[in-house]
Design a protein around this ligand. Structure first.
Ligand code: C2E
Ligand code: MG
Ligand code: MG
Ligand code: MG
Length: 279
C-alpha cells in the first residue's frame, strides 16, 4: 500500500513539473510574440518628495495582449530572465525610457523629471552592460543625470568588484543607482558600504504594516538609520496611506512611491493627470 502511494506521489510530482514546464514554455512562446507584435508597454509611477512634488517616475513593464488583457511582470519577468529574453526586453525598456526623457527634456515643466528603470541581474551581469547604456544615452540624447537604474542585491552580490566598476563607469555620465527591494535579500551591510549607489528603496513588504507592526517599524527605522549614516537617499515603495507617509516622513524618509500618490499609469494618463497644460 505504501509502495502504491509512493508511486502515486512520484506520478503526481512528475505531472506538476510537467505542468510547470509547459506553462513556462507557453509564456515564453507568448513573450516572443509579444515582442514582435509590440505588445509590451511601459507604465509610469510617480515618485514624490516630502512636499508631494513629483520629481520622477519608475517605469514598469506591462504586457498588453491583443484582447486588452494586461499581464503582470511578476508572471513574465521570471520567464524572460530564465530564457534570456530579458536582455532584448531590457534593451527595449532602456530605449523607451531614453525616448521619454528626450521628450521631457523639451519642456521646462518636465525637463527635471527622472526615470528609474528596473535592471535584472542577468542583464546587469553581462560584461557589456555599461557600454550598452552609454551607447543608448548617446544615441538618444537623453541626459545621464535623468536616468536611474534600479538594481537588486542579486545583481550586485555575485561579483561586487565588477558591479562597482560598471556603476562607476555609468556614474561618470551622471546615471544614478538605486537598490531595489532593500531588506528582502541578504542585505549585507558590508557590501552596501562598498557600493557607490545613490539610493535605497525600502521594500513595500516593510512599508505595508509599518504603522501597526513594531517589527516592521523597527526594520524601517534601521534602514533609514543606515541610509543616514552612509549618506544614501531613501525612498519608500508601496506607500498606500497618509499614515504610512507620515510615519516615514517623521523617521527621516523624504521620498515616496505608492498608490497613495498614484498607481502606475500609461504615459498619456500620466501627462494628463500631472501636466495637463503641457504641449
Ligand atoms: P518593483 O521594481 O519592486 O516595482 C514595484 C512594484 O510595486 C510594482 O509592481 C508596482 O506596481 C507595485 N506598487 C507600487 N506602489 C504600490 C502600492 O502602493 N501598493 C501595492 N500593493 N503595490 C504597489 P509591478 O508593476 O507589478 O512590477 C513587479 C516587479 O516586476 C517589479 O518590482 C520589478 O521587479 C519587475 N519589473 C517591472 N518592470 C520591469 C522591467 O522593465 N524590467 C525588469 N527587469 N523587471 C521589471
Ligand atoms: Mg523597481
Ligand atoms: Mg521595488
Ligand atoms: Mg518590490
Amino acid at each position: 500500500k505504501a509502495k502504491a502511494g509512493g508511486r502515486n506521489n512520484i506520478q503526481f510530482f512528475d505531472a506538476t513539473i510537467q505542468q510547470a514546464i509547459s506553462r513556462r514554455s507557453h509564456i515564453e512562446h507568448g513573450l516572443k510574440q509579444a515582442i514582435s507584435r509590440h505588445e509590451l508597454r511601459l507604465y509610469y509611477q510617480p515618485q514624490v518628495d516630502s512636499n508631494g512634488t513629483m520629481f520622477g517616475v519608475e517605469a514598469l513593464l506591462r504586457w498588453q495582449k491583443a484582447n486588452g488583457e494586461l499581464v503582470s511582470p511578476e508572471q513574465f519577468i521570471p520567464v524572460a530572465e530564465e530564457s534570456g529574453l530579458i536582455n532584448e526586453i531590457g534593451l527595449w525598456v532602456l530605449q523607451q525610457a531614453c525616448r521619454q526623457l528626450v521628450s521631457w527634456q523639451q519642456s521646462s515643466q518636465t525637463q527635471a523629471l527622472s526615470i528609474a528603470i528596473n535592471v535584472s541581474a542577468r542583464q546587469f551581469l553581462r560584461s557589456n552592460y555599461a557600454a550598452e547604456v552609454l551607447y543608448e544615452l548617446t544615441q538618444s540624447g537623453a541626459r545621464g543625470e535623468r536616468l536611474k537604474l534600479e538594481l537588486t542585491e542579486s545583481a550586485v552580490l555575485q561579483d561586487v568588484d565588477a558591479a562597482k566598476q560598471k556603476i562607476l563607469q555609468l556614474k561618470a555620465v551622471g546615471v544614478q543607482f538605486s537598490l531595489d527591494d532593500f531588506g528582502t535579500g541578504y542585505s549585507s551591510l558590508a557590501y552596501l558600504k562598498q557600493l557607490p549607489v545613490d539610493q535605497v528603496k525600502i521594500d513595500r513588504s516593510f512599508v505595508k504594516d509599518v504603522t501597526d507592526n513594531s517589527g516592521d517599524a523597527a526594520i524601517v527605522e534601521a534602514i533609514l538609520g543606515i541610509c543616514d549614516s552612509l549618506a544614501l537617499e531613501a525612498i519608500a515603495e508601496g506607500v498606500e496611506t497618509a499614515t504610512q507617509r507620515d510615519f516615514l516622513l517623521q523617521h527621516g524618509c523624504g521620498n515616496f512611491q505608492g498608490f497613495f500618490f498614484s498607481k502606475p499609469l500609461p504615459i498619456e494618463e500620466l501627462m494628463a493627470t500631472f501636466f495637463p497644460h503641457s504641449d
